[in-house]
Design a protein around this ligand. Sequence first.
Ligand code: JBQ
Length: 241
Amino acid sequence: MRIDVITIFPGLFEPFRTTSLLGAACRDGIVELAVHDLRDWTKDRHRTVDDTPYGGGPGMVMRPEPLVEAIEALAGPKRGEGEESRQAHVLLLSPQGRPFTQAKAQELARETHLVLVCGRYEGVDQRVIDLAVDEEVSIGDYVLAGGELPALVVIEAVTRLVPGVMGNPESADTESFQAGMLEGPQYTRPAAFRGVEVPAVLRSGDHAAIARWRAEQARERTEARRPDLLPAARGDERNER
Ligand code: JBQ
């Protein structure tokens, strides 16, 4: 998979490109991650990427010219409706986007070429979206300064699903099987730490009992912390109250 990133802070991506799972995938040539400075597509002396909003208001808006030229240079021009779309799928990270989910990560992992555009919080000129972006995604409802961290979140979530990236393909499977439920508590040695013991069932060797205990723990934790993940249970609660 090839991923091109368009950003005004290319340096933010360097440590992620060279570290851990993603670093190994890049070294192995399974993922090709290229990070581009948006200012390379500006033509004025000050390399300006933003301007004041039409209609007034606070903040600045990202200018359309450098963004659309950068996207076209990396993804190719967007073809008309009904035509086969270009190879690259262009994503804009923005608070106005549809929520980024594991299902979206799985969908994006099937692409061969992604172009990620990092917007700034005040926004990008709408014509960039209309002319050059395939979809807008958001990683969540909190205030951030720009799309760089969201882009890194998308890169990590997507690339670990690309065949050959995970060292152990079983862990990816297990997690996707369990997606929709939180994991219960995990323990490693020592068996007792500062007087707190690992639950006896985990040390019993009874694999069926361990599986039952884990399922029960996952359910309780999900009910307590993320009832939204359990639509059936949530319905029951409503009926009880
Ligand atoms: C969003 F994707 C972006 C880009 C810029 C700011 C943002 N703020 C909140 N969540 O994921 C986001």
